[in-house]
Design a protein around this ligand. Structure first.
Ligand code: GDP
Length: 550
């Protein structure tokens, strides 16, 4: 469960002294927009990311996402194939300047089995773009990720993609969004032409000039380069597209009547979601999406700390580690910690402290990581992501800070639903085995559980999705020189319990109690029937659902 700030953290009731350069991080924060795209696989996230990068000038040409056939569902997707694609590598951040704003787009893994990684990325953003396939609507993974965004209170922009080909009706899609999310969809850029006949967008954004109310796409533009369009007045639009435009106007009227127009305060409060239509593959709507984000998505804000206080963005540097990854660079076995800056100015070379351990962390090797490339970073501001290479002793969820101490609430873990006993194929490699498993645990690749009954050499691995196990096998062999065997266990539910209740639960047939490396005690159940009966018969036994349990 997430902590909500109840009171301010200062014990003497005074406002902490502001840093002398207080205004610099505040100003930098106000110029930043940090977001992630959530979607079901195949909705077009990679394509959109690339299109955004193109418009932000981060890459010269679209179309480098290619040869992706058959990449789904294979382990190599996780790193090697992503590397080969040259973009969108494992939850890195893409940064570019658009207008006078700095846009940070954090990548999220597409596959449902890595939703825990996605969750962690969502702790590092200030808003999310929910990308929906026009023909498919709200798919399962989209709904799941939407719920995570809601849990984190993230404002959501909805983008209907693939309007260049036949799909469902716009009005019907909006109905579905409202029904599934409980948010009111408000139209901001409405399509002219049905799916497959995408002629342009009615611009309903506040402040749009009447002579530019219709963004009419120029025939034949878009694809590998920017889409071009002509801003038209509605009269000019009618002359060009006639009835097709009239239909769009009627639809807009209906939606506005029932849902109302886009309102920034309701959007930021999560009550409404602005909706627009696009065709990422043709770069249609992409520039408008960037404008929308820059104009209405929230900048980094002061952040609640674990002790109930609040860290102002203008305070000294602080940030939370949302991802740790080893083996990104095969040539130099390394350990990279990704930090989202929450306050102050990050300066390379400055020594910062880890709030959990109290130990200093060197930042000499600070990078910006995007795709296969790393560039050194001298400083970073609230909303930015920095990667610190060789940040030993740093784990996911850790807070790093300078100046006054701060610790952000821990990043909750997902409830694992898959469990397997893990053994080294060759017991002579036990040392490598231990080192690898511990590392993968701290990276958050899987959770590691142990019990006295099973003994040390065979920990139980717990995962949200089975592909996490494939990653373990792959990396244990490739990086740690230890092949492992995995034997699935028949459990599907985990509950957090206490050491005191462990013996009682352990005695129930079919139930097993294990301890995590972090000291938590978990009871594993084969099915919810078994769990419910135990809950009924032992109402006093602590059986807490894990965060983000659905
Ligand atoms: P991801 O799994 O969400 O990253 O989806 P991809 O970006 O890999 O896209 C999945 C497929 O949909 C690819 O074949 C894309 O070319 C295609 N696609 C993406 N955006 C569009 C679009 O706007 N229109 C059409 N027709 N296809 C698209």
């Amino acid at each position: 469960p997430m902590t909500t700030p109840a009171s301010t953290g200062t014990t003497d009731g005074t406002v902490p002294a502001a840093d002398p350069d207080d205004t610099a991080p505040r100003e930098a924060a106000s110029r930043r927009r940090t977001f992630a795209v959530i979607s079901h696989p195949d909705a077009g996230k990679s394509t959109l990311t690339e299109a955004l990068a193109l418009h932000g000038g981060a890459i010269g040409q679209a179309g480098i996402v290619q040869g992706k056939g058959g990449r789904r569902g294979v382990v190599s997707d996780w790193l090697e194939m992503e590397k080969a694609r040259g973009i969108s590598i494992t939850s890195a951040a893409l940064q570019f300047t658009y207008r006078d704003r700095v846009v940070n787009l954090l990548d999220t893994p597409g596959h449902a089995d890595f939703s825990e990684d996605t969750y962690r990325v969502l702790t590092a953003v200030d808003s999310a773009v929910m990308l929906v396939d026009a023909a498919k609507g709200m798919e399962r993974q989209t709904v799941k990720l939407f719920e995570v965004c809601r849990l984190r209170g993230l404002p959501i922009v909805t983008v209907v993609n693939k309007w260049d080909r036949p799909g469902r009706e716009a009005l019907e899609l909006l109905d579905e969004f409202a029904e599934v999310t409980g948010m009111t969809p408000t139209p901001v850029l409405w399509p002219v032409g049905i799916g497959g006949d995408f002629r342009g967008l009615l611009d309903l954004r506040p402040g749009t000039a009447p002579d530019a109310a219709y963004i009419a796409f120029d025939e034949g533009s878009g694809g590998a380069t920017r889409t071009t369009w002509t801003p038209l007045s509605l009269e000019e639009g009618l002359a060009r597209d006639g009835e097709v435009l009239t239909t769009a106007q009627e639809e807009v009227e209906l939606v506005l009547d029932s849902n109302g127009p886009h309102d920034e305060a309701s959007f930021r409060a999560g009550r409404t979601t602005p909706v627009m239509f696009a065709a990422a593959v043709l770069n249609r709507g992409v520039e408008q999406l960037l404008d929308l984000l820059v104009d209405t998505a929230p900048p980094p804000a002061d952040r609640p700390a674990q002790d109930g206080g609040v860290r102002s963005v203008g305070d000294a540097f602080s940030g939370q580690v949302f991802k740790v990854q080893a083996g990104m660079d095969a040539a130099h076995r390394d350990h990279v910690a990704f930090i989202r800056v929450s306050s102050g100015r990050f300066q390379r070379g400055e020594t910062v402290l880890n709030a959990r351990t109290g130990k200093p962390v060197g930042t000499k090797y600070a990078h910006r990581v995007f795709g296969g490339s790393r560039t050194g970073v001298e400083d970073a501001w609230p909303g930015d992501v920095v990667a610190i290479v060789n940040a030993t002793g740093v784990r996911v969820g850790d807070t790093l800070y300078a100046g006054r101490k701060v610790a952000y609430p821990p990043i909750p873990t997902f409830a694992p639903e898959h469990f397997a006993v893990c053994r080294a194929k060759d017991l002579g490699r036990y040392k490598q085995f231990q080192r690898g498993i511990t590392e993968l645990h701290h990276e958050g690749v899987v959770q590691t559980l142990r019990s006295d009954l099973r003994g040390e050499p065979a920990p139980v691995l717990a995962a949200v999705g089975p592909m996490q196990f494939d990653v373990v096998q792959h990396r244990m062999a490739g990086e740690f020189g230890c092949e492992v065997l995995l034997e699935p266990l028949p459990y599907s539910i985990a509950r957090r319990t206490t050491a005191e209740h462990a013996p009682l639960l352990d005695a129930v047939p079919g139930v097993e109690v294990l301890r995590s490396l972090d000291g938590d005690v978990f009871a594993l159940f084969p099915d919810r029937w078994r769990l419910q009966r135990i809950e009924r018969e032992n109402p006093d036994v602590v059986l807490d659902a894990l965060a983000a349990d659905s």
